[in-house]
Design a binder for this molecule. Structure first.
Ligand code: PHE
Length: 343
């Protein structure tokens, strides 16, 4: 009898390990405890054939083992219900009443990517192409085609990184070289935006970095006017910032536009009081723009008597700073997760 009970216990333990779902567990329980033919039930029935002390002793042992096995069954059931077991049967695991868990995503887009994606969506909805251009650019496209000859003083405030032993190649100081590349490639009429990284020989501070992002815009068509330019700029700012912004237009000088403007926006970080993001002036230079200079149209292979255009060069990092209330441009490159995880 004792041997029989030990054997049942052993088999039970072995078998329980192989039980992988609730349905199997039910079957398993029946095998040992079913009233009619359960192995344990049968063993207990045999007790009546024993007599006296032996019956008492075996009765105690049988009960002990029975309780042990029942406890193991219970534990297994609890594990299944908690979903602890990797062996959970799929049909049983789905609780259709459970609220949907938020998706756990390992990463997310950088704020600059978000801003550029939004800008590109906005401009494609207005019929613009989204173009790309090289970061390592010739001085010909970076300056010459943009009406900035070698001796022109405008080269100084667009000083950038030159390639050793190849002084006619530089890291582009702006996205404007793509204006001419686009005209040469696609002709007119043309609507295009180009977002990308630019570089300058810059002492960094809260609003300047040596590496930064711009979004260039170019429209070439017949009879383009300043009204077209201003209308598009307003659409751009309200589209991205999703609120009314106060703007002001000042004359600005860029050799590749005529007339040229600086469109400033009232600082949204400090509401115009003055802070690091707006160089304590309350206004942020956001959008240099103007009507494309005839010489640039010509460099693009088009007839300036027939074609006119406007262009703008949005400092998209500054726009991101305004959109999210970031007070220092350098956060955007620092790679600090405490900053980035906020987006
Ligand atoms: N490329 C100019 C800059 O980086 C900005 C600009 C672009 C101005 C287009 C006018 C038109 O400063």
């Amino acid at each position: 009898m004792k041997v029989q009970l030990e054997k049942i216990k052993q088999e039970f333990q072995k078998g329980l390990n192989e039980v992988s779902d609730v349905l199997m567990l039910e079957e398993f329980e029946k095998r040992f405890f079913s009233r009619r033919s359960g192995e344990m039930t049968e063993a207990m029935k045999n007790l009546k054939d024993l007599s006296g002390d032996a019956r008492k002793e075996m009765g105690r042992l049988a009960n002990e083992i029975k309780n042990e096995l029942l406890e193991m069954l219970d534990q297994k059931r609890v594990d299944f219900n908690r979903g602890d077991s990797a062996l959970l049967v799929k049909t049983e695991a789905i609780d259709v009443t459970q609220p949907k868990l938020p998706k756990q995503i390992g990463g997310h887009l950088h704020p600059m990517t978000i801003v550029h994606n939004e800008l590109e969506d906005l401009f494609t909805s207005m019929g613009f192409m989204v173009l790309d251009g090289p970061e390592l650019e010739s001085t010909y496209y970076s300056f010459e085609t943009l009406n900035i000859p070698a001796t022109h003083p405008a080269r100084e405030n667009m000083d950038t990184f030159y390639i050793k032993d190849h002084s006619d190649w530089c890291m582009r100081p702006h996205t404007s070289p793509v204006q001419v590349r686009a005209m040469q490639k696609y002709g007119a009429p043309l609507r295009a935006v180009v977002s990308g990284r630019c570089f300058r020989n810059e002492a960094t501070d809260a609003s300047h970095d040596h590496t930064f992002y711009q979004m260039e815009g170019l429209v070439v068509d017949r009879e383009i006017s300043i009204a077209n330019l201003i209308g598009t700029m307003k659409e751009l700012l309200s589209g991205v910032l999703r609120r009314d912004v106060e703007v002001r237009l000042r004359p600005g000088y860029f050799p590749f536009v005529e007339p040229g403007f600086e469109l400033d926006m009232k600082c949204l970080v400090c509401s115009g009081i003055g802070c690091g993001a707006c160089k304590h002036s309350g206004w942020v230079e956001t959008l240099p723009c103007g009507l494309v200079h005839p010489k640039v149209i010509e460099a693009g292979g088009l007839d300036p008597n027939e074609w006119t255009g406007f262009a703008f060069g949005l400092g998209s990092m500054r726009l991101a700073m305004q959109k999210y209330g970031i007070e220092d441009i350098r956060h955007l490159h620092a790679g600090d997760l405490r900053f980035l995880n906020q987006f």
